[in-house]
Design a protein around this ligand. Structure first.
Ligand code: MG
Length: 382
């Protein structure tokens, strides 16, 4: 056992037993395989672009809103913290969390929907698949191969969802690889399951913060959500003078902590029940990383509330619809004039896929500028 993995449980992913990389490489002298993956992700171009990509609010709408970068850091923090309590591999959770949104288009989910429509006749566009494409193919950093050449376990976690059709395409290319579980109906590593759950905990909490900060949600309205109301009222009972932002932060802080403790307790109960002997045995169990039933329901209700009242807020819809228009018109412009793209994209054999890859990699502001350059119209003020 190495000093950096003092508390690894038997069911944790062990970097020494990694299924390896697509291109064989000698081990790094000072870092294990998962730490090395994390470092490669942090140094990638796609990671730096996350700072200028929309989570819910466009990057230029305010300096304090979450971007994909700060969201990813919060997911990594929550993931590591839970991993430590469960004896899971923190480095692997961190690597997956930092990479999980690398494939997101500009303008958040609206951008992805628009690109998916543009690609309807050409295989569609899924952000999870795109995250895998970024680390497998699109990053250009090494002399001998495309991509970051990450370990199987990190790539498995990055491919969080995948349609059956795409799973079969990946399986044909990489038999028994990262898409196999979607065909076999097995689970990914516990670390991958954890990164996925930490993602939901993070955005549910920070979207309340950003929603109230933006003025689109009010504290009074948030009290309609039982999960939030419980911690809001608890904070107020202990600190009757608390109001405004500090009350909001204290309620969110309590809600976050309780969700973390709930996941740890519910998961420990599952681990006691199934007793997976190692990481592969855990993959064959039902999902072991989970909320308790009441917390799962409460979290789902919060998500529904945010969907109806924040993500579908007329003001958010208005900007995201303009974002969609930017994506659609960029796609059309590059289709008509591929030479407007960098040569590597302009000369690619699959033109539509290359255009989608190019647009998906853009930051919000680059997409807005590029749209203006190609169409002569400005859809967003700067
Ligand atoms: Mg996310």
């Amino acid at each position: 056992m190495t000093s950096d993995t003092p508390h690894l449980a038997p069911y944790a992913s062990d970097p020494a037993k990694s299924r390896g990389r697509r291109h064989a490489e000698p081990p790094a002298p000072t870092r294990n395989a998962f730490q090395r993956d994390r470092d490669r992700i942090v140094h990638s171009t796609a990671f730096r672009r996350l700072v200028y990509k929309t989570q819910v609010f466009l990057n230029h709408e305010g300096d304090l809103f979450r971007t994909r970068l700060t969201h990813s850091l919060e997911v990594a923090q929550l993931g590591r913290s839970i991993a430590r309590s469960l004896g899971l591999n923190e480095d692997l959770v961190e690597a997956i969390a930092l990479a999980h949104d690398l494939g997101h288009t500009p303008f958040g989910h609206a951008g992805q929907d628009a690109l998916h429509e543009c690609m309807a006749e050409h295989g569609g566009f899924e952000h999870n698949l795109q995250s895998l494409a970024v680390v497998d193919e699109l990053e250009e950093r090494y002399p001998e191969w495309n991509g970051l050449n990450l370990c199987f376990e990190t790539r498995e976690g990055i491919l969080k969802h995948c349609s059956r059709r795409h799973a079969e395409i990946i399986e044909a290319r990489e038999p028994g690889g990262v898409a196999r579980r979607f065909i076999d109906g097995t689970q990914p590593s516990l670390e991958a399951q954890l990164a996925n759950l930490a993602d939901a905990i993070a955005y549910n909490a920070h979207d309340i913060d950003d929603g109230v900060r933006s003025g689109l949600l009010t504290l009074a309205q948030m009290r309609e959500v039982p999960l939030f109301a419980r911690y809001h009222d608890e904070a107020l009972a202990e600190h009757p003078q608390l109001a405004g932002r500090r009350l909001l932060f204290e309620a969110i802080r309590r809600m976050l902590s309780q969700q973390v403790y709930d996941v740890i307790d519910a998961t420990q109960a599952m681990l006691r029940q199934y007793q997976p002997a190692d990481a592969d045995a855990a993959r064959r169990c039902p999902p072991l990383l989970r909320f308790s039933d009441p917390m799962r329901d409460a979290s789902r209700d919060l998500k529904r509330f945010l969907f109806a009242n924040l993500y579908r807020h007329p003001q958010v819809m208005e900007t995201t619809n303009r974002g969609k228009q930017v994506i659609r018109e960029l796609f059309e412009a590059y289709l008509a004039r591929p030479a407007e793209m960098p040569a590597a994209y302009a000369q690619a054999a699959q033109r539509e896929r290359a255009i989608a890859d190019y647009i998906a990699g853009m930051t919000d502001r680059f997409a807005i500028r590029e749209h203006e350059r190609l169409t002569g119209r400005r859809l967003f003020e700067r």
